[in-house]
Design a protein around this ligand. Structure first.
Ligand SMILES: NC(=O)c1ccc[n+]([C@@H]2O[C@H](COP(=O)([O-])OP(=O)(O)OC[C@H]3O[C@@H](n4cnc5c(N)ncnc54)[C@H](O)[C@@H]3O)[C@@H](O)[C@H]2O)c1
Length: 405
């Protein structure tokens, strides 16, 4: 008797012949349906194509959910289902990798760097990079995997030009789309990127219907809204990355004044990823002391302005394309926080749902993330001016979202 896994289904060409006593896992059956592979029983155990190699368990992983060696992988067996004894790993056999799977759509500057940053955490069993340009994702993935022994990571990286490769992904980071060029605003990208996001959303609905999606494509709030609408995923499973980056930019710029190191500065950027960004200075601190007690107000306001325009500053310097090191680090940090569930409060673009008395739209708010996406919106003690600025941001975003139709 053998256990027939999704991997064997994936490597079958149209028909998979299995023996009478072979056990076919529910996920393998689902994959067969998705891929149109017919599973036939034969009297004799017929030779089958070799399954694609399973990722090895990490030598050392900080994944909080690491299960005992005999637990089954989400990629092998449906989550939550009882594990039959027949499917338990034999002593000495390579145990299935219990870590989740992520996909990154768009293997451009932000996507490629996000995949590498995520791989380096070793929190995931596998990362699938997808790009419409033939060979791009596969080539970059192989190149990244070649660095695994040097960087000491165990997450396998694969690439494909076919969106169906996202099958089995628990987390998806969407970076597909055009970046800004000098002189462009993020909203200038709406038309071209909306079409890309709708296409990607269709692919995710078909192939990774249970995934948690982190949207990176600009204009961020509009594309996050569109992804949720076009995928039909519940609001908590579609979040946008901007506030983590904008907060990081502000903290790094404050550190240039010499008051503290970047990591010793606390600040959060809410509202929109654009002109309506709100950085509540009443909450900003360096080594626990209020920033307003360390720096004069006009200097602080100038740094807020610079953080708000940092994306454009980088675009102008590069003259072609936009920022990607800090954006990729930010997107990877969001997925890592979903897996670690450390309880950190992060600025994330989410459906406001009436929080802070805001118009119901997608807007950057302080939240806690967890394994299934948004855990909770956190209520911070904002001043009335900060609340008013946040309300203004939400209503501007809502107007742009209405224009999307
Ligand atoms: N939210 C943020 O804070 C933030 C920060 C930086 C960049 N961005 C945005 O991220 C996006 C990507 O930026 P980049 O610098 O990586 O651009 P890039 O041009 O380097 O890469 C984009 C990639 O998307 C691919 N692509 C296009 N359509 C696709 C599809 N349907 N499926 C799969 N792949 C597809 C392209 O082939 C390209 O390789 C841009 O919209 C940019 O504005 C957002």
């Amino acid at each position: 008797m053998s256990v027939i896994t999704a991997a064997e289904v994936e490597s079958a060409k149209g028909v998979l012949v299995v023996g009478l006593k072979d056990v076919v896992t529910p996920l393998a059956r689902d994959r067969a349906k998705e891929l149109g592979v017919k599973i036939e029983r034969s009297g004799d155990a017929a030779p089958r194509p070799k399954p694609s190699p399973k990722p090895q368990p990490p030598a050392k992983s900080d994944a909080p959910s690491a299960k005992p060696a005999d637990a089954m992988s989400g990629a092998l067996y449906r989550r939550g289902a009882p594990v039959p004894n027949a499917l338990r790993a034999e002593p000495g056999a390579a145990a299935p990798d219990p870590r989740p799977v992520a996909a990154v759509i768009g293997a451009g500057h932000v996507g490629a760097m996000t995949a590498l940053r995520l791989a380096e955490t070793s929190l995931l069993s596998r990362i699938v990079l997808v790009d419409v340009v033939p060979g791009l994702a596969a080539g970059l993935a192989l190149d990244m995997w070649h660095s695994a022994s040097l960087r000491g990571f165990t997450t396998r990286i694969e690439g494909s030009a076919d969106i169906s490769a996202v099958a089995g992904a628990d987390y998806v980071v969407v970076t597909a789309g055009k970046p800004r060029q000098p002189g462009m605003s993020r909203t200038d990208l709406t038309g071209v990127n909306a079409e890309i996001i709708k296409k990607v959303a269709e692919g995710l609905r078909a192939h990774a219907p249970r995934s948690v999606v982190v949207v990176v494509t600009n204009p961020l709030e509009e594309m996050t809204h569109l992804m949720a609408k076009a995928s039909g995923f519940p609001p908590g499973r579609v979040v946008g990355m901007a506030g983590v980056l904008d907060s990081a930019r502000f903290r790094s710029l404050i550190a240039l004044t010499g008051v503290a190191k970047p990591e010793e500065i606390e600040a959060i950027a809410l509202g929109s990823h654009g002109p309506e960004m709100v950085i509540p200075l009443s909450l900003a601190k360096a080594k626990g002391a209020p920033l307003s007690s360390l720096l004069p107000a006009d200097q602080l306001n100038a740094i807020v302005e610079r953080a708000r325009d940092s994306g454009a500053e980088v675009v102008k310097l590069l003259q072609k394309g936009s920022a990607y090191f800090a954006p990729a680090e930010s997107a990877a940090a969001m997925v890592a926080e979903m897996l670690r569930e450390s309880g950190k409060v992060l600025a994330v673009c989410v459906q406001s749902g009436g929080a802070y008395g805001l118009e119901d739209t997608r807007v950057g708010l302080p939240v806690k993330l967890g394994r299934t996406g948004l855990k909770e919106i956190v209520q911070l003690p904002l001043t009335s001016a900060e609340k008013a600025a946040l309300a203004k941001a939400a209503s501007s975003i809502a107007a742009r979202v209405r224009e999307l139709g």
